[in-house]
Design a protein around this ligand. Structure first.
Ligand SMILES: [Zn+2]
Ligand SMILES: [Zn+2]
Length: 181
């Protein structure tokens, strides 16, 4: 494992949030879709289930996309800002099937704040470990999804298998075309 377990889970959730707004469309436009996202990513704590909550999460999504592609010093500024805005106070907790991990917000704080601070806390680890080059965007031509490369050999280039397969197929066709002339 590269980072602590909760850090890796948080980074994957943050990437998943950014990627709800992809070149294929936006899958976070209704409160129901937000509910599904929160359930799939196992976010705990209070919920408003309203449009204001959805708007706040969508704003965070845009901000996280910017963070993903920022240079190191801009990244640090943004992460510090997120921690200040959320009044982050790290505490070790365990709940459900999760052993001890960090929560830096109270369950009563708004969902978008809790998501922001969780992402920021995870990015703190990435920055401190000097691993910010693992924050990437998909290498496929027609995809701008983000990814966190958690592989040992730093080899992850695509957001998922679909993009990876498509790029491999394109490269294969290009080789064949080159070979047949
Ligand atoms: Zn937790
Ligand atoms: Zn992709």
């Amino acid at each position: 494992m590269l980072f602590a377990h909760d850090t890796e889970v948080s980074l994957l959730s943050a990437a998943a949030l950014v990627n709800t707004d992809s070149t294929d469309g936006d899958t976070l436009t209704t409160v129901d879709q937000l509910d599904a996202f929160v359930t799939a990513n196992e976010f705990t704590g209070s919920r408003a289930h309203d449009e204001a909550e959805l708007r706040a999460v969508r704003r965070l999504r845009g901000r996280l996309r910017g963070i993903w592609t920022a240079d190191r010093s801009a990244l640090v500024d943004e992460v510090n800002q997120l921690l200040r805005d959320g009044r982050a106070l790290p505490q070790l907790v365990r709940h459900d099937h999760w052993d001890y991990h960090l929560h830096a917000t109270a369950p009563e704080q708004p969902l978008a704040t809790r998501m922001a601070v969780e992402a920021a806390m995870a990015l703190v680890d990435v920055i401190r470990s000097d691993e910010t080059d693992r924050l990437r965007t998909c290498a496929a031509d027609d995809c701008d999804d983000v990814l966190i490369d958690l592989s040992k050999n730093r080899s992850k280039r695509f957001c998922g298998v679909t993009c990876g397969n498509r790029a491999n197929m394109a490269a294969y066709r290009a080789r064949r075309a080159a070979g047949s002339t």
